[in-house]
Design a protein around this ligand. Structure first.
Ligand SMILES: *Cc1c(COP(=O)(O)O)cnc(C)c1O
Length: 571
């Protein structure tokens, strides 16, 4: 059996315990595991107050509201209780369960850890309230609940034979120390030796997601000693520390026998960043049945029956007549525009080229690149036949620069008026992502390379026949075939002009692509445009799936032994 640990898991749009790509990916991971009938359980935190609900005023200023949700309505309470010492106090942890059911009726249990229990002190009760809220001490305490509490909870639930612990990002890395402690307790030994470390390494698999060194979780040692208390860690410290701090990535690297990045390029970069550790790559994918819109679901059911059980069969989309693809797309587009036009007057035009841009409003994702030269954008839209844009995305509550990006998009919206109508949909979540990735004509992605580790929204779009126009970074380096599956921003399709980091050059390359390639194809050669849509499904939709990703994890990371285990979880 495999135990998959993730700080956020998007199991359901109604359960707002995810912030963005990492959590939605984890949800897709669990859904695909259930489809494949893998013996896997998942552990996460409850986040009773969610991430947050985004409200935007008329100038685009973001306000955050807590996203309270009814835990009882969505999850099942379990009686098990475990204790973790945090800051010298015993903190009691309980778990809630959600069973995710797959295609063949197989289920994966997701356990949500919760400290909001009467016998805990008020501060400790709040540990399972907010995703990515609070200070470093709050975060480290949450990671102790997830990593240490998670292992203890699994044991309390009867999972004694876990063959692989999968650390989805470093947040859960403390679980490795708990596994060492378990061995010492069982053997009655006070200190850990190389054998213990080797044994734990055989159990752990680590997936890293961030190509930015500063974005890896790290905690000052005095804080770590205070929050975590005395621990066998003291003599393992050199394996957990980097630059004089407890570094969750180094901890995870030291205690995992298999480490992977989430796209080819990201794997290579991570290998260089963590010199001395071999970092493999398993390119992320999305759960096809979750992200295919209703109109395409009907089309695939008719033309490629069995596509849900075997996502690779979507390659046979090559034989679907293009008018059927176009019709399904128009239906998906009208659904999106119905939502858009609730906020928009005059309404968006169903015949106009509609660009979709939805993702977290992080600085490196550069939502404002498209609107960085208003005059040029206006001119090319007028000359090219018309352009409208639907945006969505939340900025982290403390990311002031991210918030300013949203405000810049709102100012551009004012300036462009009806020349290039822009709508910014509030409160991006899985439900809006489903509408937007299926209903746009072109999916835009403009990260600052090489900072996009993967970027799954373009994969969701591809499944719906929506081609990407993207900076070649993350998954697009692998999914891009120029003029076939979409278009790369940049002259030769591999690099930006002269490998420059100048944003103005990146914007110019984007405008060139729109002006010379995308607009003419959309308005004047609809048949070829629809062929690109078809290849987006056949080449990319069929491959960048969570099903293929899970199969790679089984082959490369878990080993078939780990998933052959017939053990059933009693709890
Ligand atoms: C898919 C998804 C993301 C991730 O999109 P990227 O392209 O990886 O940035 C973020 N948020 C939501 C709600 C999503 O559905």
């Amino acid at each position: 059996m495999v135990a998959y640990f993730s700080m956020e898991i998007g199991v359901d749009p109604e359960v707002p315990t995810y912030a963005g790509g990492l959590g939605v990916l984890a949800g897709d991971f669990v859904r695909a595991a259930a489809d494949l009938g893998l013996p896997l359980v998942a552990i996460t935190l409850l986040h009773r107050k969610g991430y947050f609900r985004q409200r935007l005023d008329s100038t685009g200023r973001q306000r955050e509201e807590s996203a309270e949700w009814s835990v009882e309505a969505h999850l099942e309470a379990l009686p098990a209780r475990v204790t973790v010492i945090i800051d010298g106090r015993p903190v009691v942890v309980r778990a809630w369960r959600r069973r995710v059911t797959g295609l063949g009726g197989g289920t994966v249990a997701v356990y949500f850890l919760d400290t909001d229990i009467e016998q805990n002190a008020p501060d400790d009760r709040a540990l399972s309230h907010f995703l990515y809220g609070g200070d470093a001490a709050y975060r480290l305490a949450q990671e102790a609940v997830l990593g240490i509490g998670g292992v203890r909870m699994l044991r309390a639930l009867g999972c004694s034979h876990v063959h692989r612990f999968h650390l989805n990002e470093g947040h859960s890395a403390l679980l490795a120390l708990e596994l060492v402690s378990e061995r010492l307790r069982a053997a009655g030994r006070p200190t850990a030796g190389e054998d213990d470390i080797d044994a734990v390494r055989q159990l752990c698999v680590f997936t890293t997601h961030t190509p930015v060194p500063a974005a890896h979780d790290q905690f000052p040692l005095d804080l770590a000693a205070r929050v975590l208390g005395p621990h066998p860690m003291s003599e393992l410290m050199h394996r957990c520390c980097y630059g004089g701090a407890l570094n969750m990535t180094y901890l995870a690297l030291s205690f995992s026998h298999y480490v992977n990045g989430v796209a080819m390029r990201h794997g290579e970069m991570s290998g260089r960043m963590f010199g001395g550790h071999h970092v493999d790559a398993i390119t992320n994918g999305v759960h096809a049945a979750t992200w295919v819109s209703e109109p395409f679901r009907l089309l695939f059911d008719r033309r490629i029956p069995g596509w849900r059980a075997d996502n690779f069969s979507l390659r046979y989309a090559v034989s679907i007549p293009t008018p059927e693809i176009w019709d399904a797309h128009v239906a998906a587009k009208l659904r999106l525009l119905e939502i858009v036009n609730r906020h928009q007057s005059p309404p968006f035009d169903p015949a106009a080229l509609t660009i979709g841009f939805g993702r977290r409003a992080s600085t490196y994702k550069r939502a404002d690149l498209l609107v960085s030269d208003i005059a040029r954008l206006r001119a090319l839209a007028r000359a090219g036949g018309g352009l409208q844009v639907v945006y969505a995305g939340k900025a982290h509550p403390r990311d002031e620069e991210g918030k300013r990006i949203i405000e810049r998009v709102f100012r551009a919206r004012e300036a462009l008026g009806s020349d290039v109508p822009i709508v910014y949909l509030e409160d991006y979540d899985m439900a809006i992502a489903r509408l937007l990735t299926a209903g746009a004509d072109v999916w835009l992605n403009t990260p600052h390379p090489p900072l996009e580790a993967f970027g799954t929204s373009g994969m969701k779009a591809a499944l719906n026949g929506v081609p990407s126009l993207s900076v070649p970074d993350g998954w697009w380096i692998e999914g891009h075939v120029e003029g076939v599956t979409g278009w790369a921003i940049g002259s030769d399709g591999r690099t930006l002009p002269g490998e420059t980091t100048d944003p103005a050059a990146h914007a110019a390359a984007l405008y060139d692509a729109l002006e010379r390639t995308v607009l003419p194809l959309f308005y004047r050669d609809r048949d070829r445009f629809t062929q690109v849509m078809r290849y987006a499904i056949a080449l990319n939709g069929s491959f960048f799936t969570a099903q293929r990703m899970l199969q790679e994890y089984v082959v490369k990371a878990y080993g078939t032994e780990a998933v052959r285990e017939p053990e059933r979880v009693a709890a």
